[in-house]
Write a protein that binds this ligand. Sequence first.
Ligand code: NAP
Length: 275
Amino acid sequence: MKKVCVITGGGSGMGLATAKSMGKEHLIIICGRSLKKLESAVQELVEEGIEAEAFACDVADTNSVEKLTCHAKGKGEIAAVIHAAGMSPHMGEAKQIMEVNALGTINVNNAFYKVMKEGSCIIDVSSMSAYLTPKVIMPVGLYKYSVKDPALFMKKIMNRVNLFPKKVRAGVSYGISKHFVIWFAKQDAARFGQKGVRVLSVSPGNFETPMGELEKEEADAYTKYCAIKRIGQVEEIASLFEYCVSPNAGYLTGVDILCDGGLVASGVNPLKKSR
Ligand SMILES: NC(=O)c1ccc[n+]([C@@H]2O[C@H](COP(=O)([O-])OP(=O)(O)OC[C@H]3O[C@@H](n4cnc5c(N)ncnc54)[C@H](OP(=O)(O)O)[C@@H]3O)[C@@H](O)[C@H]2O)c1
């Protein structure tokens, strides 16, 4: 019986590419909010000979994630969870972005913690924005509330985001939410480690996906600073995810892996208009 790989945001972009590579050896469960999108992705996977199914789930909704977890557990032993669901600044308002990216990660880790067994792994997908957003705006002191009281954490963090002018709030919310994802995965390593489960984050740079398409202008402006002067291809991040969840990476946990073609290494200052 194949082990299960759950991919949030698996209906498109990086999640779907990962379903294609992980699907060679796993039963794939992809989830997202739009069932139509998921069903067409499942059809694509099945045509490639992959055993896959769709499960509608909003990661920002705790009950919805609990249902996903229950469903996945019923399908077999869960080998990997790739939590790629996310929203960028072009996709919604600041509050929704924080709910999907930050609360979504809390929900996914907490729900799957209860059912994952020794040897399995969760990847929480962050973003290079966590590195490029100025450190001074990161409300790191508030992150601790997420562990015991996610609702209080959300209230406090949104109060902080709302101090910024409306026109930059979605971007600020994205940067903070993805910085939080890295923090949350790191602090969760010890908890998961007690069960022999690994948890880490991966921070992609600019990749060619439906989300990447919305950020294309920004991405093109950044490309000249990359060590590798092009946008990333989804297969390149999918194979990184695949390696990270594999037993070959059995000592890799509590860490973030930045996969950005060397953009952050260039020292680019995102606040400089002339970039
Ligand atoms: N592409 C890039 O350049 C880039 C750069 C840095 C980081 N990232 C991160 O990489 C991850 C994957 O993004 P992508 O580029 O592959 O974009 P994508 O194709 O837009 O994939 C994002 C997926 O997340 C799902 N999603 C959004 N909100 C959700 C929710 N509340 N509950 C469940 N699913 C939800 C979407 O499906 P529904 O709309 O059907 O829910 C969509 O399939 C994201 O976390 C993103 O922030 C991407």
